[in-house]
Design a protein around this ligand. Structure first.
Ligand code: SF4
Length: 111
């Protein structure tokens, strides 16, 4: 049952899957699937997120690779791995307003 849950949650991608839908796909009760998810969440690969849907609380289950989760918050911003960061800023030869790497990264997110 655990491996089936992992397969389905992983397959749902970054948006995850609602617990109700997961239970439906596993042909199990939500309570039983929730027990499995709680157990799996202890290793940090599965995250439970509570959200509101039509005024009701629902649980979304999301797979997260441990390595990915560390970098998720950075969203690929070049500043976090930039070798020039110590010389970057107002009055410096390099700055965020003129930086091609940063402006390209921002533009890609706006397109
Ligand atoms: S703005 Fe450009 S130069 Fe400055 S830290 Fe970010 S990526 Fe590096």
């Amino acid at each position: 049952m655990e491996s089936h849950a992992i397969e389905l949650v992983k397959g749902a991608g970054k948006q995850g899957i609602l617990l109700a839908k997961l239970a439906q796909q596993m042909k199990e009760t939500e309570t039983k699937v929730l027990e499995v998810i709680v157990s799996l969440s202890k290793n940090g690969h599965i995250k439970k997120v509570e959200e509101k849907r039509d005024g009701e609380s629902v649980i979304r289950v999301i797979w997260q690779d441990k390595d990915d989760s560390e970098w998720d918050t950075l969203q690929g911003c070049p500043c976090f791995i930039c070798p020039d960061i110590n010389q970057c800023g107002a009055g410096q030869p390099t700055n965020p307003w003129l930086c091609g790497k940063l402006n390209t990264w921002i533009k890609e997110r706006l397109d």
